[in-house]
Write a protein that binds this ligand. Structure first.
Ligand code: KG4
Ligand code: ZN
Length: 362
C-alpha cells in the first residue's frame, strides 16, 4: 500500500510549548549537552562527546564520565547560550535530565541546572531521558501524527512504545537483555573493531557478505520483545571457531544484518498489529544506514510511514530534553530543589500540577 504524504496536519500546531527561552541540559551518559529552545524552535544544541576518553577502556567508566561532565558543563552551557544569541538573564526556565542514567553523571547536569534556575529565579524541571528520545520526533517536518509507534534504539535502550499523545505511552515490547547499540558495541569488541562499535561495524560491513555467517535473531514468533544475548554468544563461538580464517567484513555484515532485520521487522509488525500507520525511530543506532534503508522498504510495503529525526537529535543531546521539558512546563509541571538523580525509572505519566506549598509537582 502506498503511503500518502499529503494528508498530515501539523500536530505541533495543537501542542502547547513553553514560551520564552528555555535552557536544557543532558548528562545522563557520556555526552555533555546544553540547548536553548524557544517554543519548539531549537536555537542551539551543543554536544561535547566523551567518546575519545572512554575509548581507551573500551566502554564507559562511570566515575570518569562524571568527572568529565564537571569539567565540560560550564563551557557547554555558555556556548549554547552564546550560539542562541541570548543574554543569560533572558532564560525563563531550566531543565535537565534527572533519570534514568549513570547517577554520578546525571547529578552533574541536574545540580548545575538547579543552581542556574535558583540564580535566575526561574522554574526548574527534571526530565526522563527516554521521554526526550521519544519526543525528539516532534522536531521532524512534518511531525508524526498521534498515535504512533516509536522504536527507541540506543546504547542503553531498545523499546517499542505506542505514543498515543505526548505523556501517554504504552510499552509494547523491549529487550530482555542487551540493547541494540550494546549488541553492536559488544560485537565490535569481539571483532577487534574498537569502541563505540556501531559506526565501526557499519563501515566494515560495507564490503561484506551478510549471508556468509548466519547468526540467530533471538526470540521467534509474534512478539514485540527483543533478545540480543544469543547473538553475542553465537558471534563469540564464530570468532573462536574460525580464528584467523574469520572474514571480518563478512562477520560485521552478518551481525549488522541480524540486528537490523529483527529491529525493522518487529517495529513495522508492531505498527500493523496496533493498526497504526506511523512509526518514529529515535536513538543513536538510528544513524545506521542499513537500518534506515530496511525500515523504509518494509514501511513502504506495509503502508507505514517512517519518521527519523535529524541525526543530531538521535544521539544523546539536550534539544530533545528541551522539547519534552517545554511541553511539561507549559502543562504546569515543576520540580523542587530536592529532586534526585535516579538510575532507573519508568516512563512518566501526564504532568502533575505544581503545588507551591510543598515546592514540587505531586
Ligand atoms: O543514543 P546514543 O548516542 O546513546 C545512548 O543513549 O546510549 O546511542 C549510542 C549507541 C552506541 O551503542 C553506538 O554503537 C550506536 O548508538 N551507534 C550505531 C551507529 N552509530 C551509533 N549503531 C549502529 N550503526 C551506527 N552507525
Ligand atoms: Zn539516549
Amino acid at each position: 500500500m502506498a503511503v500518502r504524504l499529503d494528508d498530515m496536519e501539523d500536530v505541533n500546531r495543537r501542542l502547547a510549548y513553553w514560551e520564552g527561552p528555555l535552557l536544557a541540559i543532558e548528562t545522563s551518559c557520556d555526552e555533555t549537552s546544553a540547548a536553548v529552545l524557544d517554543g519548539r524552535s531549537i536555537l542551539s544544541n551543543v554536544v561535547s562527546s566523551q567518546v575519545d576518553l572512554h575509548a581507551q577502556w573500551g566502554g564507559i567508566v562511570p566515575e570518569a564520565a562524571a568527572r568529565a561532565h564537571i569539567e565540560t558543563i560550564g563551557p557547554v552551557v555558555d556556548e549554547a547560550v552564546r550560539a542562541a544569541r541570548l543574554e543569560p538573564g533572558r532564560i525563563t526556565a531550566v531543565a535537565a535530565t534527572s533519570r534514568p542514567g549513570l547517577v554520578g553523571a546525571l547529578s552533574v547536569g541536574l545540580t548545575y541546572a538547579k543552581g542556574l534556575a535558583h540564580a535566575l529565579r526561574s522554574p526548574f524541571l527534571g526530565v526522563h531521558h527516554l521521554e526526550g528520545h521519544v519526543l525528539s520526533s516532534l522536531a521532524c517536518e512534518p511531525a508524526p501524527p498521534f498515535p504512533h509507534v516509536c522504536l527507541v534504539v540506543s546504547g542503553g535502550h531498545t523499546e517499542l512504545i505506542q505514543v498515543d499523545a505526548p505523556f501517554r505511552y504504552r510499552l509494547l515490547g523491549q529487550t530482555l537483555d542487551d540493547a541494540a547499540g550494546e549488541a553492536f558495541d559488544k560485537g565490535a569488541r569481539l571483532l577487534g573493531l574498537g569502541y563505540p562499535g556501531g559506526k565501526a561495524i557499519e563501515q566494515v560491513a560495507e564490503g561484506g557478505d551478510a549471508k556468509r555467517y548466519p547468526l540467530p535473531r533471538g526470540l521467534s514468533g509474534e512478539t514485540a520483545d527483543f533478545s540480543f544475548s544469543g547473538l553475542k554468544t553465537a558471534l563469540l563461538r564464530l570468532v573462536e571457531r574460525e580464528g584467523s580464517r574469520l572474514r571480518i567484513a563478512d562477520a560485521a555484515a552478518s551481525l549488522q544484518e541480524a540486528i537490523v532485520s529483527v529491529l525493522s521487522e518487529r517495529a513495522v509488525q508492531a505498527c500493523v498489529r496496533q493498526g497504526l500507520r506511523h512509526l518514529t525511530v529515535v536513538g543513536g543506532v538510528d544513524a545506521n544506514r542499513a537500518l534506515r534503508a530496511r525500515l523504509s522498504v518494509l514501511g513502504e510495503r506495509e503502508g507505514v510511514r517512517v519518521f527519523v529525526p535529524d541525526p543530531s537529535l538521535c544521539t544523546d543531546n539536550a534539544a530533545m530534553i528541551g522539547l519534552a521539558a517545554s511541553l511539561r512546563l507549559a502543562a504546569g509541571e515543576r520540580h523542587g530543589w530536592d529532586l534526585d538523580a535516579q538510575p532507573q525509572a519508568e516512563l512518566p505519566g501526564p504532568p502533575k500540577p505544581w503545588d507551591a506549598t510543598i515546592g514540587t509537582s505531586v
